[in-house]
Design a protein around this ligand. Sequence first.
Ligand SMILES: C[S@@+](CC[C@H](N)C(=O)[O-])C[C@H]1O[C@@H](n2cnc3c(N)ncnc32)[C@H](O)[C@@H]1O
Length: 289
Amino acid sequence: MKLKEHYLLMKASLLKAGIEEAGFEAKQLIKRVLGIDDAELLLNRLELSGEQQETLSELCRKRCGGYPLQYLLGEWEFYGLPFLVGEGVLIPRQDTETLCEWVVSRFSDRQGVKILDLCSGSGCIAVTLEHYLPGSTVWALEKSKTAARYCEKNIALNQSSVRLVLDDALDPAFAETGFDLIVSNPPYLSEEDMGRLQKEVSFEPREALEAGKDGLAFYRELTRIWTPRLKAGGILAYEVGIHQKEDVCSLLEAGGLDGIGTRRDLCGVERVVYGMKPCEENKEEIKWQ
Ligand SMILES: C[S@@+](CC[C@H](N)C(=O)[O-])C[C@H]1O[C@@H](n2cnc3c(N)ncnc32)[C@H](O)[C@@H]1O
């Protein structure tokens, strides 16, 4: 069968299964299985072998069942960098680029920034920050062994110097302190959210998602445990879920942080909440955005 015929069959099946970007997804799967790029795909005069057709049909069948495209591809782009993904690790989301973008703009004129990324998963935040803030020293802390293995591979894939720590962010053995910045995109779904997960998300690890009855368990504990590890004037910055901004701002305020601010993502959702550990010189400092 010709490539184009198979592409049209796959697109039709994906559309029927309710997948909005059916054409895009079919092309991604074809490029992955055939090992071709966009230019070769456009030529589309290729004849598919029986084995290639079978592989593509199997991937298409899984995708129609809600299995995430990113797991089928095994790799996904985040902030212009490649990340390996698969079962057991959260797929890097575009929402999370907002946190990275804010940090990069905030710290781009600083040298030798000492950064810790808690609940690192694939390592997308840690690797991105180390890449776009040259000269920074970045640690990635993750509890899940499976996720940490992906993080390790992603550090190597991106020729990054991020230091991976396998540890529990809620009961850490890791003793490093004096960070300029601690960032985290922790689990933040409430019990109620967990009960109505999208089909695709239900294939991702529960420990990457669930955060107690109100979804705030990690923000509460991470703020308490890690604020003392910031330098005076250091920043704690979180990604937050929809409608969590107010609660997380209050938690940072209750945790003694100053200059609390927020940042919206491309959809207008308040996605980042940050605060600064006070120091004598900045007690009166204006609140920055
Ligand atoms: C929402 S995911 C974020 C992953 C990654 N930072 C990102 O933005 O794609 C949360 C991560 O926290 C990890 N995690 C859950 N509990 C943890 C704990 N107690 N200590 C460290 N990591 C934890 C999960 O395994 C998961 O990788």
